[in-house]
Ligand binder design. Structure first.
Ligand code: GTP
Ligand code: MG
Length: 285
């Protein structure tokens, strides 16, 4: 089994929650209460350890510097004793936005895109804007509007689609048939920020109503894209004011994943387990 069989390319712009998810996931893996647990010595833990330290104090961690890229190696095993080595990155999310805006993919990222059997895309819905178009306004309103001197900006969902198209292109994947590799997981992060009417809805439905074009894009390319919700922290924290519940109970008691049917599970390893199970069925113990 090569390491890359089990690497997950974590894709997320700045501020979507990559570092906090990494820290909470690491905590869960070390606690061993979920489907996956740490099974050996992990390396390159520094960015996540410092975030875990902050969470233990009930506070949030810092933004990852733009140029940072660190692969952390986590030997893990599941309930049946099946072993794998998970490669979990932490990086400054601007790297992703720069790839979209310049339409250029640095060599290091190209190799990651080519090697990874699974892509996990983090989207924070509160951070995405729905631009005004025929999906949000009646056609009559749009056709009457003056187009002179109007700054044209690509919508957030169009940018995400373009990003995936670029990544698929450099992998030379044919899109005439549903994509089997890489397997795609979409994690709607900071789920606790959604309105109360959406909190218990199936994540795929929420994605469909919030980013309809993006949702239909991934469902047209992948036959079974995994769409889950994630609240790595369970609630909003701040950098300076300590959350007493966090300090008293410990960060491991907070955070949940929203399953395809809308149920919540405290097992933050669930998305990884689903992606690894689907993309590396040949993994032997
Ligand atoms: N409410 C809520 N906020 C969260 C959650 N996870 C992360 N956040 C907040 O989102 C902000 C960004 O999270 P990070 O983990 O730093 O995001 P990142 O993707 O690593 O961002 P960069 O390092 O800039 O690439 C932080 O201020 C966190 O407080 C969550 O589950 N719920
Ligand atoms: Mg970060």
């Amino acid at each position: 089994m090569s390491v890359s069989d089990n690497s997950i390319l974590l894709i997320g712009e700045s501020g979507v929650g990559k570092t906090h998810y990494g820290a909470q996931l690491l905590n869960r893996l070390m606690n061993g209460a979920g489907k996956l647990r740490m099974d050996g010595a992990a390396t390159n833990l520094q960015p996540f350890e410092s975030a875990m330290g902050r969470l233990n104090e009930g506070r949030t961690a810092d933004h990852t510097p733009t140029t940072t890229y660190i692969d952390s190696l986590w030997p893990i095993s599941d309930e049946n004793g099946t072993k794998a080595e998970l490669v979990w990155p932490d990086y400054g999310g601007e790297q992703i936005k720069t790839m979209s805006s310049t339409r250029q993919i640095p060599t290091a990222w190209r190799d990651r895109v080519l090697d990874a059997p699974a892509w996990l895309l983090l989207i924070r819905l509160q951070q995405t804007r729905m631009s005004e178009d025929i999906f949000t306004r009646p056609l009559s309103g749009i056709t009457g509007a003056s187009i002179d001197n109007r700054e044209v900006q690509i919508s957030d969902q169009a940018r995400l689609i373009e990003l995936l198209q670029m990544l698929i292109y450099i992998r030379s994947e044919s899109t005439t048939k549903p994509l089997v590799s890489p397997r795609l997981g979409v994690l709607l992060s900071c789920w606790d920020e959604l309105g109360t009417d959406e909190l218990r809805r199936p994540p795929a439905k929420v994605l469909e109503s919030r980013l309809p074009m993006f949702s239909s894009f991934i469902h047209s390319l992948w036959s079974e894209p995994l769409v889950l919700g994630l609240s790595a922290l369970g609630r909003a924290l701040t950098p300076n004011n300590s959350d007493t519940d966090y300090v008293v109970q410990g960060p491991e008691h907070f955070g949940y994943v929203v399953l395809p049917n809308g149920d919540h599970t405290p097992d933050l390893t669930q998305p990884i387990q689903s992606l690894l199970a689907a993309s590396a069925p040949k993994v032997a113990g």
